[in-house]
Design a binder for this molecule. Structure first.
Ligand SMILES: [Zn+2]
Ligand SMILES: [Zn+2]
Length: 219
């Protein structure tokens, strides 16, 4: 079994169904046994193509998530957990299942519901603010925690009240236009064969090209 075939099977299963495939499904699909799938998944996790739970279940394959992290993304016939704000805004760019997808969340500070039609042609309208808590250099220390803290708030007032309440210091704040542009091409190629991770070499260059700045992004 080629590792890239396994990676692609995981990503395409998430894209088509919104759910993580099981080891048994992958073994049947790739004509191999559970043991080879398990060791392949571990290798992919080491290379940051996906995230496994303590039980070796697939938790994330960015931008896809098997667990709720504050966002839901609805296409024409498929429903995904959206991962973080970045991942949720990236889904319509990566999966062309619909012209636009409904991205829904609640402000972590005040529970106000927010939803946007996110498509590929232009950023959604909205005055809301995305806040990323964990700096780029530490995003993979605990990536599920990192994604769980990349959220969309009503305003900077809500960001600050949430930070005060949770005793944390401010990370990086961006408007929805920047978030959309940032999400637009980051995951390009992940549903195709021969994908090569952008990080770490191309990451800084990409961050700069979409208008991010400062030491938070390693720039
Ligand atoms: Zn994320
Ligand atoms: Zn709020």
């Amino acid at each position: 079994m080629e590792l890239e075939d396994l990676r692609l099977a995981v990503y395409r299963s998430f894209a088509a169904t919104g759910q993580a495939p099981t080891t048994q499904m992958l073994a049947a699909h790739l004509g191999t046994d559970d043991a080879e799938i398990k060791s392949g998944l571990e290798m992919l996790a080491r290379n940051r193509h996906l995230v496994l739970s303590d039980n070796d279940d697939i938790v994330m394959a960015h931008p896809f998530s098997a667990v709720p992290l504050g966002f839901a993304v609805m296409g024409n016939a498929t429903l995904w957990w959206g991962g973080c704000a970045w991942d949720s805004f990236a889904l319509p760019h990566l999966v062309h299942e619909a012209e636009s997808m409904l991205v829904a969340t609640r402000c972590p500070a005040c529970d106000t519901p927010h939803a946007w039609n996110v498509g590929r042609d232009q950023p959604p309208a909205g005055e809301e603010i995305a806040h990323f808590l964990v700096p780029a250099a530490h995003m993979w220390d605990d990536v599920v925690h990192t994604c769980g803290n990349q959220r969309i708030f009503c305003s900077t007032t809500c960001v600050d009240s949430w930070l005060t309440r949770t005793a944390q210091s401010r990370g990086y704040v961006m408007d929805l236009v920047t978030l959309w542009r940032f999400a637009q091409h980051w995951y390009d190629g992940r549903l195709e064969h021969g994908y090569v991770r952008r990080e770490p070499v191309g990451a800084a260059e990409y961050f700069r090209s979409v208008g991010l700045a400062g030491s938070f992004w390693g720039l």
